[in-house]
Design a binder for this molecule. Structure first.
Ligand SMILES: Cc1ncc(C[n+]2csc(CCOP(=O)(O)OP(=O)(O)O)c2C)c(N)n1
Ligand SMILES: [Mg+2]
Length: 892
């Protein structure tokens, strides 16, 4: 801000008068009055177009002035001893694991920097699951978990045997997971956080979902807070900061973030040439958050009090993080010489301190008093309509000694040298003898020690021990009766519909259900109209924390944009990452709140797995239950939108998530069968699975379900339509999605023009068929002396003669995934290659998945079986009008 430099002051005396009047107000009437006056002056300045271009940042000092700090309510000494034991056990756990198993990994320095942040939270703020509403929801920084396990060890929740099984999980249920993974420790971790950025965005939408449950009268969440611990390096992930404004817009004063600003990430400083805390302060304040900076420990109080001219503050503001990192481990003498001596007035501020004392000027994040003050202020701000962030200045590897502390390699250090361990033991005063250090033991002060009693008493008063994931569901759902789905099983007598339209109808049916209707959570990122679902807006309303503060332009029409405080639809706007975070919050509500909710998240299929695949993976970890629907799916079915929109591969992505059941449906009855069964599996049988179903937008008549087809629809394959009469030349055709229509036309062409009969099979899920076959194969391998199990696909195709032609709007790899279990010649047809814009006919011809190409594939397969000649097929190609010299879609 050049114009604010001292040298551009034209009238220093006038300036001084203004400054002095402000000082006088602060002194005589207090800060609040000064803030009020300044706000008024600024308001006027805005009118006069004279507003200053001031930065959004404050000085590089604590936000809470010393006089406003509360007294620390705990027993400082006991808490420090508890922390020393936790620190020791956390570090020793990682060290021992790496001795046992070289390269197993783990992190020592992250928790070392954030121990106070967690301890103050655990001892004074975080409410356990017995607190009202099931207490607080806490997202722990993934790499800090050794400290969390070490706390549970002191509490007696985890034994030595378990600490010894850190990162040793193959024996299921006995080990401790590397990071917070609910799926691997189902009664312990609630939220997976280690993929940087996903915890932070998840916490925002979790806090919002809590409000949604409240507003809709489903649960009282008013006492609950969401805490999220974030790394400063992690803040560079777009997901971390990308949704801050949502927290402000929704008034999430139930949300508190704690950013552990140790100024380092894995390779080096987060902002060597800048100041991450100031960067974050500006960003959060700009987004409307309350920012509480905890920069300096109480040793600095006296120093800052002596900074009469603000010179020290100016210098604190100016020093960049790379330099702070160096100062964090430099001797007091060096800091005096290289920092304080820059200005004699600054030197004055530490004149009363010895070099040793200067060396012990701590960062604020290591002071339990300062951190307590920050948490207390943060929780007091609840009810004021804004989320809060605590930016805590810390040192990475704090107290771990020279090899770790502040060092650029600290993140990757997994073991101690013996001398380092001895020094650490001394710093922490843990009673361990020298002779034991070669194989360093854990330390537990005993069940009856003051420390353990204190620790447990704190947790008892705060509503129970944490972390905890409660698996107990408070409400058992009564799912809709079979009749609810009848119209879909019956099919349509006239007219046409797409699977997307059928879905819209099915969703309506479910929402109208008396029992579970209110538990349906439709989630959509600004595409409801694309999917024909805008009727929901007026029917059940769009959730809006503030209600509707305007008269919608379409009011009075049958369907209008109705926002309301108890709206049911989560209309997220254009954020697939936000929508996915909402999905996870709703889909895990059965455990996080004991309230099962049934989310249906519908999106443009190209922008699902491909764009937010890591969240889909995290959804699996968090044991989400719900339905995700990839609409406008199919590389050639969504035809006009071109290369970036046309999805021919999301089903392959879906295959990579072990708990995801992926289906590619052609007909309404398939959708109904899958949703009906899925609801039962997830909400009655409590299976930890979720569904991915592709929906397409091509209209055609929805047929009735063939008798007995339901089992096959769910398992992945069923015979949809047998040949009218079986000829000597016979083939099997598989169809999925709307390519099924091409398959049915191919069946006709083959019969009418080439004398070839064909059975048509609906393949709803290659993924399910493959998973089942793999599982049978594995069982048979390990039980060679028992009666072999037969995969579903083999049972269904037993005695079915080939050849088999399998066509879909997806890459051929999908069909190929079951090739080993097909009892005959097998030809996959699919849409490998980049999409483009054209008519469906042209695209299907291009990708060779139209009826004509399916016919050609069938005839060619018969040629290979010796039933036709090359000349026969070549003639057919010409007769069908297919250009044999056309481009190879894979190569363009
Ligand atoms: C998406 C993602 N990318 C990379 C990593 C690997 N990784 C783990 S920790 C880490 C550095 C973390 O730095 P910071 O967030 O500052 O945490 P600190 O340990 O300093 O508290 C990295 C890059 C990851 N876990 N997730
Ligand atoms: Mg960091």
């Amino acid at each position: 801000m050049d114009s604010y430099r001292p040298e551009s002051d034209r009238d220093p005396q006038e300036t001084q008068e203004w400054v002095e009047s402000l000082e006088a107000v602060v002194e005589h009437e207090g800060r609040a009055r000064a803030q009020f006056l300044l706000a008024k002056v600024l308001e006027k300045a805005r009118r006069e177009r004279a507003e200053p271009l001031l930065p959004l940042t404050t000085d590089y000092v604590n936000t809470i002035p010393v006089e406003e700090e509360p007294a620390f309510p705990g027993d400082e000494e006991i808490e420090e001893r508890i922390r020393a034991y936790i620190r020791w056990n956390a570090a020793v756990m990682v060290h021992r694991a790496n001795h046992r198993s070289e390269g197993i990994g783990g992190h020592i320095s992250t928790y070392a920097s954030s121990a106070v942040l967690y301890d103050v939270g655990f001892n004074h703020f975080f409410r356990g699951k017995d607190a009202p509403g099931r207490g607080d929801q806490i997202y722990y920084q993934g790499h800090a978990v050794p400290g969390i396990y070490a706390r549970s060890f002191l509490e007696g929740r985890l034994g030595k045997e378990q600490l010894e099984r850190f990162r040793s999980e193959a024996e299921r249920g006995k080990g401790l997971s590397s990071y917070p993974h609910p799926r691997l420790m189902q009664e312990y971790w609630e939220f997976p956080t280690v993929s940087m950025g996903l915890g932070p965005i998840g916490s925002i939408y979790q806090a919002r979902f809590n409000r949604y449950l409240q507003a809709r009268g489903l649960k009282d969440t008013s006492q609950q807070r969401v805490y999220c611990f974030v790394g400063d390096g992690e803040s560079d992930e777009p997901e971390t900061l990308g949704a801050l404004q949502i927290a402000m817009r929704e008034g999430l004063d139930n949300l508190i973030w704690v950013v552990n600003c140790n100024l380092q990430r894995l390779d080096g400083p987060v902002r060597g040439n800048g100041k991450i805390i100031q960067d974050l302060e500006g960003t959060f304040r700009g987004a409307g958050w309350n920012v509480i900076k905890v920069i300096w420990g109480e040793e600095w109080d006296g120093v800052l009090a002596r900074d009469k001219h603000g010179v020290l503050r100016d210098h604190l503001n100016a020093v960049v993080d790379g330099q702070w990192q160096r100062f964090s481990v430099a001797s007091g003498e060096t800091v005096r010489k290289e920092f304080f001596a820059k200005d004699p007035r600054m030197l004055e501020t530490v004149a009363h301190l010895s070099d040793e004392q200067i060396g012990k000027l701590r960062r604020g994040g290591h002071s339990q008093r300062k951190v307590y003050a920050a948490f207390q202020r943060a929780t007091q701000l609840a009810g004021q309509g804004r989320p809060v962030v605590i930016l805590a200045h810390t040192v990475k590897g704090w107290l771990l000694g020279g090899g770790f502390e502040g060092s650029n390699v600290t993140h990757s250090r997994k073991k101690f040298e013996n001398a380092e361990l001895a020094a650490y033991r001394d710093v922490l005063s843990v009673p361990i003898e020298d002779k034991d250090l070669a194989d360093p033991p854990y330390y537990h002060p005993g069940e009856n020690s003051l420390e353990v009693k204190y620790l447990k008493e704190r947790r008892r008063q705060l509503g129970g021990t944490l972390p905890e994931r409660r698996v107990q569901v408070d409400v058992q759902l009564e799912l809709p009766p079979a009749e609810a789905y009848q119209e879909f099983y019956k099919g349509m007598e006239k007219g046409e519909a797409s699977t997307t339209m059928v879905f819209g109808r099915l969703l309506q049916t479910l929402i109208r259900d008396k029992k579970i209707g209110k538990r349906i959570v439709p989630i959509v990122p600004d595409e409801a109209r694309t999917f024909g679902m805008e009727g929901l807006f007026s029917q059940v309303g769009i959730y809006a924390a503030q209600g509707q503060l305007y008269e919608p332009i379409d009011k009075g029409k049958l369907i209008y944009y109705r926002e309301t405080k108890d709206g049911q639809v989560l209309e997220e706007g254009i954020t697939e990452a936000g929508s996915m975070a909402s999905f996870i919050a709703a889909a895990s509500s059965y455990s996080t709140h004991g309230q099962p909710m049934i989310p249906f998240y519908i999106f443009y299929s190209m922008f699902g797995f491909q764009r937010t695949g890591d969240q889909m993976w995290a959804a699996g970890d968090q044991m989400s239950r719900g339905f995700i629907l990839g609409a406008t799916a199919g590389r050639t079915t969504l035809n006009g939108e071109g290369l970036q929109h046309e999805d021919g591969h999301s089903l392959l992505h879906a295959m990579t998530v072990p708990c995801c059941k992926a289906y590619d449906i052609s007909f309404g009855f398939e959708l109904a069968a899958i949703v009906e069964d899925g609801m039962k599996r997830m909400f009655t049988d409590n299976e930890n699975i979720y569904y991915y179903i592709t929906l397409q937008n091509e209209n055609y008549r929805m047929p009735p379900m063939p008798d007995g087809a339901k089992e096959g629809v769910l398992a992945g394959i069923y015979r949809f339509q047998a040949a009218q009469e079986k000829k000597q030349k016979h083939v099997q055709l598989f169809g999925s999605g709307s390519i099924m229509l091409q398959v049915l036309r191919a069946q006709e062409i083959l019969a009418e023009r080439f004398g070839v009969s064909a059975d048509v099979w609906g393949v709803t899920s290659y993924q399910q068929l493959r998973a089942d076959a793999l599982s049978c194969e594995r069982w048979n391998r390990l039980h060679p002396d028992a009666e072999a199990k037969t995969p579903y696909i083999s049972k269904v195709l037993k005695d079915v003669p080939g050849p088999f032609i399998a066509a879909s709007d997806y890459m051929k790899t999908l069909q190929e995934s079951i090739a080993r279990w097909i009892p005959g010649r097998y030809v996959p047809l699919g849409t490998d290659g980049f999409g483009m814009s054209d008519s469906r006919e042209a695209l299907r011809r291009h990708f060779e998945v139209d009826a004509e190409n399916i016919v050609i594939a069938a005839l060619d397969a018969l040629r290979q079986e010796g039933k036709l000649t090359g000349a026969d097929v070549a003639k057919a190609i010409r007769d069908l009008g297919v250009d044999a010299g056309k481009l190879d879609p894979l190569l363009v």
